[in-house]
Write a protein that binds this ligand. Structure first.
Ligand SMILES: [Mn+2]
Length: 365
């Protein structure tokens, strides 16, 4: 049995950091990545196309998205099975309920795992989130009731190795990898975490098209070949339609904002797509720069997001200490205070900037 798995596509993501036009482009790219995944299913002749939740966002979807999904899934000559997640939870208003699907589309609607026999002796167990939060673990108290090969498809949070990585997330439908074999399942195909994970017993494909800056890991649609003994082989097939770069720019040693602009321009030259540049380093005391100074440098890109990161100012603190001025007095008081070294640095830079009449032009962190 060969299955193609996607999860966390997040159609209609708002991309609030971007302007309306860029955000629209990015949403179009997300759709394109799903279309590519469907094309891969056809090329690779898989037996079923599986969606492990968060296909779209219930709060944000447009009727156009509903029609797009109906047409796309109707165009595949194989079963499409969907287990709704916390963002595309199954309820009266959901696309899953409202749309008229072609007969090859099966949506799991129960909040407990229910079986679909994909082939003789091969059962796929799926379940739905039926609310945006507080969904219990689907494997709690669950055990398969039949022989053959049993594979699960659901949206949930594995609580083992991954918990530290996206710990800000609420534990939606929590489970532990050990529960998978304990329930009699051979494997679980899961969504929710956006970082791909190939576990012994479970597979997170990750979001196929970039949703955020700084995403790591090989991601895409995962071709899962399930053998007769229940073991799996997995191949990740990239389907991203967007290029997103997260670029650090060190401006240490610059004396003016034009030099900073040159460093940024060099760092992003030759890049395509959407780029975020984070500007850090130790700069001269006279540098006067704002994020807006850099935006025009990304005109060759689809979108450019410059931001100021950790910046420090190379003040000659030793010389200031000896001065019989307000600046000298301030410098001595900060250095002799009980503050820790990092706080002293921040207070000194912010204070010295203010004394120069430059307060608020740099975010000192
Ligand atoms: Mn989710």
């Amino acid at each position: 049995m060969r299955l193609l798995l996607v999860s966390d596509v997040h159609l209609d993501t708002p991309f609030t950091w971007a302007g309306p036009e860029v955000a629209r482009d990015r949403r179009r790219a997300i759709r394109a990545s799903l279309e590519r995944a469907v094309a891969v299913a056809d090329e690779r002749k898989v037996d079923a196309f599986l969606v492990a939740g968060d296909l779209y966002e219930q709060e944000l979807f447009a009727p156009d998205t509903s029609a797009f999904l109906r047409t796309l899934f109707g165009s595949i000559g194989i079963p499409v099975l969907i287990s709704p997640g916390n963002h595309d939870w199954y309820g009266p208003q959901s696309i899953y309920r409202q749309e008229t699907w072609t007969p090859n589309v099966h949506i799991f609607t129960e909040d407990r795992l229910t079986p679909v026999e994909l082939a003789d002796g091969f059962t796929l167990w799926g379940a739905a989130h039926r609310a945006p939060a507080n969904t219990d673990g689907f494997l709690d108290g669950f055990a398969v009731d039949r022989g053959g090969i049993n594979v699960a498809l659901f949206h949930g949070s594995e609580q083992g190795a991954f918990a530290w990585q996206e710990s800000g997330k609420v534990a939606h439908a929590p489970f532990q990898a050990e529960q998978i074999p304990a329930a009699g399942l051979h494997h679980a195909l899961v969504g929710h975490f956006h970082t791909p994970q190939m576990g012994d017993w479970h597979t997170y494909p990750g979001n196929p098209d970039p949703l955020a800056f700084g995403e790591v890991g090989v991601r895409g649609a995962v071709l899962v070949a399930v053998h007769a003994d229940g073991s799996v082989d997995r191949e990740t097939i990239p389907v991203a339609a967007s290029i997103v770069h997260d670029v650090p720019v060190d401006v240490t040693g610059i004396t003016n904002s034009t030099e900073a602009g040159q460093r940024v321009a060099t760092a992003i030259a030759g890049l395509k797509g959407t780029v975020r540049a984070t500007i850090t380093g130790e700069i001269g005391p006279d540098v006067d720069m704002k994020v807006g100074d850099f935006r025009h440098l990304g005109e060759h890109l689809d979108a450019f997001v410059p931001r100021l990161g950790r910046l420090t100012v190379a003040y000659d603190v030793e010389a200031f200490k000896a001065e019989a001025t307000v600046r000298g007095q301030f410098t001595r008081e900060v250095l002799e205070s009980d503050l820790d070294e990092d706080a002293k640095r921040r207070v000194l830079i912010t204070g010295l900037r203010a004394l120069d009449g430059r307060s608020g032009d740099l975010e000192v962190n």
